[in-house]
Design a protein around this ligand. Sequence first.
Ligand code: C5J
Length: 223
Amino acid sequence: STTFQLAARPFAMTLAGAGGTALVVIDMQRDFVEPGGFGASLGNDVSLLHAAIEPIADLLAAWRSRGWPIVHTRECHRPDLSDCPDAKLGRGDPSLRIGESGPMGRLLIAGEPGADIIPALYPQPGEWVIDKPGKGMFWATGLHERLQAAGITHLVFTGVTTEVCVQTSMREANDRGYDSVIVEDATESYFPAYKRAAIEMITAQGAIVGWSTDSATLLRALP
Ligand code: C5J
């Protein structure tokens, strides 16, 4: 199988070519990125997330042109909330809770406009769209088995928010044996200091969770 080298922190890494490296786009949903959604209901300034959109679009184009695997995730729940634990439902001090109705429909509910992916990054046919009830993409999704069946061994992480769903998913991936890299300009947080800290935690101690790079370096490295 083919491989390629990527300049990364804390040191260079090897990724799988020939479709063995999936591009993962975490939760680029209207509910997190647009006004009136779940992120805004928690008091966050959603415009802080917008810088990640163009770098993710560039990576999507590169993966699509190669026919390599792409995984989009959406944090959302069933309409009856049977997959949303009370502990999650009751958390925070939001102006609207999960399942309540806002301008983009019921917050974080599958099938509602707000739970869907923003138009600029909308999935194309054949790309995987994983609905996840948790912060991590492996919890209650069956994703590990699907990745294994597809021969995917390496993951490139993008999306929002860096220290919540992206970091949780990357830690879950690490424990399942994937080598992962987070693309620094293709991920954002409502808290810039937390974004920076999450990337430092991921790459510390000799890539204890994984590596980091930037989209320009990654695009140059792709075979
Ligand atoms: C959050 C996410 N921040 N997608 N979700 O609640 O990171």
